[in-house]
Design a protein around this ligand. Structure first.
Ligand code: XMP
Length: 533
């Protein structure tokens, strides 16, 4: 392993919903961090020179049989430790303190009272963070508003630890020379100045910043060079989206155009003009790209299919066929053997998350096309598998990819087929394509596009009566969806102004033939998903 990754932070995941945020915050602060399952053997952890180890929160009770466990006594010998919520409870439990079920559970906002201003050496001190000076105790005069979510509490802290902070009922932060622990969640945005709490730990570890886009790129390049031999060739499937595009640019710059063969397939389910425009921008970026127009094949394969999972399966199957043909043609034209298939897999897809309820059900069969590498006898190359989406965007910028690619909203592999509810026909696709074009153009014209994580239209199979001019119409209902999100795992609907909604509706009904009514989807994820199918 290389230097940067050796000096990062390890986050042991005990099953909290927000573990990923710890890694994110640390990376945003400039420190490489990675998440591993709580059961990762200590020998494996010792092999890497971590600057510090963080034990995440989790839904279990430390005193229950079978609760997720890792030896705190052993871990603290490897690197300085921080515990968050369950992590703090585990530290106390393992080092001789006491954890019990709370009489007063603490969920949501709470004020934590600190004994001293431990952040005073950083740019903002607790006094400036919050002016809550409590009459509760003159020994704990500094307040900080934090987010809590726990049913158990520490009732006795282990010997040798100093009590740093309390809530009105319980210890909220403790430390000794090697270990620091907090009962609340500094990683969530609801916690006031949460990054200062993480920064305090980072300083305790003496860690040096090691994660900026430039050295992130160097790091990833080195990893690729360790895998791919100098005679190897790589195939890269492009989707038009940011992840695969950034991977293609990165690999092309690193290995050269002759060794990185890109394929961009038109499945007939792209947006208006997208195939031609995106292909052009790939060529402008200097990629060695083969465009394959297979729209007819896909539309033929989608005929009569209504069930979204059947649509996805059909598209996956046809994609493999088309891809196989493209690979055969590249091989015969260039007389080369291809060993690798590059994919834009991201960190959230690879984190081994801790399930407390057994394996999770498949909501949608998402993402990369399974089965392809085995069938084509390829090895899989996933150069951005350690990155979050915003880091991939930064990488794209560093590589000089245009905003049109970097800032593009995510777009699903099955494209518009899962936004035409019911059977996908050329005529219904045409209506949706026009609507999507008008809606997205509006967002760009009003400078709203970059504030929204993903926006699109959905063509429903419902027809309703309308009146246009003097005539009666009986056309489709179009749904408009716009969401804000960080990574698509959860999402909120975007709060347009009423005047904007009015303009969107007028523009769509005036300019798009085939719709008579526009509705706005005001459901967050969960309970809904982002796409309708
Ligand atoms: P959902 O609908 O599950 O979507 O909330 C989360 C994100 O994933 C995208 N999505 C897909 N991407 N193949 C993909 O490559 C798919 O089958 C697929 N389904 C949903 C969706 O657009 C959103 O960004």
């Amino acid at each position: 392993m290389t230097k940067v990754l050796d000096n990062g932070f390890l986050i042991l995941d005990f099953g909290s919903q927000v573990t990923q945020l710890i890694a994110r915050r640390l990376r945003e602060m400039g420190f490489y961090s990675e998440i591993k399952h709580f059961s990762t053997p200590i020998e494996q952890i010792q092999q890497k020179k971590y600057a510090g180890i963080i034990l995440s929160g989790g839904p279990s009770s430390v005193y229950e049989a079978g609760a997720p466990y890792s030896s705190v006594k052993e871990l603290q010998k490897v690197a300085p430790l921080m515990g968050i919520c369950y992590g703090m409870q585990l530290i106390c439990h393992d080092l001789g303190g006491k954890v019990e079920s709370a009489k007063n559970r603490e969920y949501g906002y709470k004020t934590v009272l600190w004994k001293k201003d431990i952040f005073s050496s950083s740019t903002s001190s607790l006094q400036t963070i919050s002016n809550v000076l409590t009459p509760l105790s003159k020994d704990f005069p500094f307040g900080q508003n934090v987010w809590m979510s726990h049913g158990d509490v520490v009732t006795e802290i282990p010997s040798g630890f100093e009590l740093l902070a309390i809530t009105e009922d319980h210890p909220a932060a403790i430390e000794n020379e090697r270990v620091f622990a907090v009962q609340f969640h500094p990683e969530v945005v609801h916690t006031e100045a949460g990054e200062k709490v993480l920064e305090y730990f980072v300083k305790k570890c003496g860690a040096k910043k090691n994660w900026e886009t430039k050295n992130m790129l160097e790091e990833l390049n080195q990893q690729v060079l360790q895998q791919v031999r100098s005679s190897d060739h790589v195939l890269c499937g492009l989707s038009g989206g940011v992840d695969s595009s950034v991977v293609a640019v990165m690999l092309t710059r690193l290995l050269g155009k002759d060794r990185v063969h890109c394929v961009f397939v038109n499945n007939g389910l792209l947006r208006k003009n997208e195939y031609v425009e995106v292909l052009k921008s790939y060529e402008n970026l200097g990629l060695n790209v083969l465009g394959v127009d297979a729209s007819d094949k896909f539309l033929q394969g989608l005929k009569t299919l209504i069930d979204p999972e059947l649509k996805r399966k059909a598209i996956g199957r046809i994609f493999i066929e088309v891809f196989e043909e493209a690979v055969a043609s590249i091989k015969s034209q260039t007389h080369t053997e291809i060993q690798w298939l590059a994919q834009g897999t991201l960190y959230p897809d690879v984190i081994e998350s801790v399930s407390t309820t057994g394996s999770s059900v498949t909501i949608k069969s998402h993402h990369n096309v399974g089965g392809l590498p085995e069938r084509l006898n390829f090895k899989l190359l996933e150069p951005v598998r350690l990155l979050f989406k915003d880091e991939v965007r930064n990488l794209g910028r560093e590589l000089g990819a245009p905003d049109a690619i970097i800032k593009r909203h995510p777009f699903p592999g099955p494209g518009l087929s899962i936004r035409v509810i019911g059977e996908v026909t050329e005529s219904r696709l045409k209506v949706l394509r026009e609507a999507d074009y008008e809606f997205i153009s509006y967002l760009k014209e009003k400078n709203l596009y970059d504030q929204i994580w993903q926006a699109f239209c959905v063509l429903t199979p419902i027809q309703t009566v309308g009146v246009m001019g003097d005539g009666r119409t009986y056309e489709y209902v179009l749904a408009v969806r716009a969401v804000t999100a960080k990574d698509g795992m959860t999402a909120d609907w975007y709060e347009f102004k009423a005047s904007e909604l009015k303009e969107i509706s007028t523009r769509l009904t005036n300019r798009v033939k085939g719709i008579s009514r526009v509705v706005y989807d005001i459901t967050s994820k969960p309970p809904a998903t982002i796409e309708w199918e």
